[in-house]
Ligand binder design. Structure first.
Ligand code: ZN
Length: 193
């Protein structure tokens, strides 16, 4: 960040009084520009034993498959955002149900909230950010062509849980292993349920 979004003057990094970390502070009006993690909300659209995936028409990860998800907008709930993203990316209507996975991605300061969602009908088609949308059974999932680790981890637990007949919400962290060409580690918060 270089300029104040309030007055247009230069900002500089400094620790405001009473704070304990550096912030961008306006040199003219004194505005403190806090930068905090972003929430990404999305869902697993379900239809019988299949889930809906979208093939990305945008970077990053153009051409790879993902669940409908995106940044939350102001003044909406995470559930509304998940349904909105599903409508935008797949022209599909869902009833949002359980919050299924919550993944922290500290290296990019994002938190993913992925819900289970029930497709209301089979009327879907690619939105402007998708090349293709389709329903997949577990054995049809393109595991090697999934766009993001958070999607792979969520689907992995989803199909395990479905086999067990019980969907258990998961909270975890995904950490990139730097210099290891896309390798990552996953830490799940233990729960006994
Ligand atoms: Zn300013």
């Amino acid at each position: 960040m270089k300029f104040c979004s309030r007055c247009g003057a230069n900002v500089k990094l400094s620790i405001p009084p009473g704070d304990n970390r550096q912030r961008f502070v306006c040199t003219s009006c004194g505005e403190i520009h806090y930068q905090n993690p972003k929430l990404v909300t999305g869902c697993i659209p379900e239809w019988e034993d299949r889930v809906l995936l979208c093939r990305r028409a945008i970077e990053p990860r153009y051409g790879l498959w993902t669940l409908p998800a995106g940044f939350m907008e102001n003044e909406e709930s995470a559930q509304q955002g998940a349904a909105r993203e599903t409508l935008e990316e797949a022209n599909a209507r869902v009833s949002i149900e359980q919050l299924y996975t919550t993944f922290n991605l500290p290296h990019i300061s994002q938190v993913y909230l992925l819900f289970r969602g029930s497709l209301k009908d089979l009327d879907f088609s690619p939105g402007s950010e998708s090349l293709e949308v389709a329903l997949f059974r577990e054995e049809e999932i393109p595991w090697e062509e999934l766009a993001f680790p958070v999607i792979r981890e969520t689907l992995k637990h989803y199909f395990q849980d479905r086999e067990n007949g019980l969907f258990i919400p998961r909270v975890g962290d995904i950490h990139w292993q730097s210099g290891k060409n896309g390798a990552y580690t996953v830490t799940l918060l233990e729960n006994d349920s």
